[in-house]
Design a binder for this molecule. Structure first.
Ligand code: ADP
Ligand code: MG
Length: 254
């Protein structure tokens, strides 16, 4: 008898990132404000684009959302281009949700209608979806309230429910917690992370706060002057910052 060779481990093909940008570049008035930026977001993961004010974070997000166009490079969802060269998928066709700090709730609509805004389908189904989401963010009991009757943290929870209502496969968050006071912020970050993980959403979170990136990110892209200067797991970047400036940036984490 010949000995049979041990069964081969099947070649695992790495899953395509849900969102990927490659060599993204944007020029304003002859200056590259985004310069060859590449990063990935896997399903159910949070990638943080972290860097000081003015380094090009929001510009990068706007290009991914499709409300601005790159001058070079591309944006890919599940391995397929949505923005590359002459190809430019319109924002509403991208399946990408947005949550910005100043993305205020509609003041004249109650919580239920804020969250259900823009959803299509039978009323009862929309109501059920809204109730499910409000349960997830712990706001169901406030379903009939108006934004001005809610605290900042409560409004933020409703805004999260609204961002998730159309079940986006990708969520872009631009400094979503910066309007909240310090005492609340850690709790809201943790709750938000729990909801996003449960939904399996791929999240690209923009922040200028290292502590926020350390708390929320699976991967961090550290950005400076339009460039990603370091990219990797939070632990690795924190423990082995690439240069003095990166070290200094992380040093005020308390
Ligand atoms: P961040 O979000 O990291 O604070 P931004 O992406 O908003 O940075 O801005 C990056 C740089 O690009 C800044 O210097 C900003 O002034 C500039 N900028 C952003 N948008 C425009 C625009 N539409 N026209 C010209 N300059 C812009
Ligand atoms: Mg910004």
């Amino acid at each position: 008898m010949f000995e049979t060779s041990p069964p081969r481990t099947p070649q695992q093909t790495a899953p395509a990132p849900r969102l990927e940008i490659r060599d993204l570049t944007r020029v304003f008035s002859g200056r590259e404000v985004v310069s060859g930026v590449s990063l990935k977001v896997m399903p159910g993961q949070v990638t943080c684009l972290l860097g000081p004010s003015g380094c090009g974070k929001s510009t990068t997000l706007r290009i991914i959302a499709g409300v601005d166009r790159q001058d070079a490079g591309g944006v890919y969802v599940d391995g397929r281009p949505i923005s590359e060269g002459a190809l430019h998928m319109p924002p509403e066709a991208r399946g990408i949700g947005l949550m910005f700090q100043d993305f205020a709730l509609f003041p004249h609509l109650d919580v239920a209608r804020n969250v259900g805004f823009g959803l299509k389908g039978p009323k009862a189904e929309i109501r059920a979806r809204v109730e499910t989401l409000l349960d997830k963010v712990g706001m169901r009991r406030h379903i009939d309230r108006y934004p001005h009757e809610l605290s900042g943290g409560e409004q933020q929870r409703v805004a999260l429910a609204r961002a998730l209502a159309p079940s986006p496969r990708i969520l872009l968050m631009d400094e979503p917690f910066s309007g909240l006071d310090d005492r609340l912020r850690d709790d809201i970050r943790d709750e938000t992370l729990g909801v996003l993980k449960a939904e399996g959403t791929a999240v690209l979170l923009v922040t200028h706060e290292p502590a926020e990136a350390m708390r929320m990110a699976d991967e961090i892209a550290l950005m400076r002057d339009g460039h990603v200067v370091q990219y990797g797991a939070p632990y690795n970047i924190y423990n082995a910052p690439k240069d003095r400036e990166a070290a200094a940036f992380f040093s005020d984490i308390n």
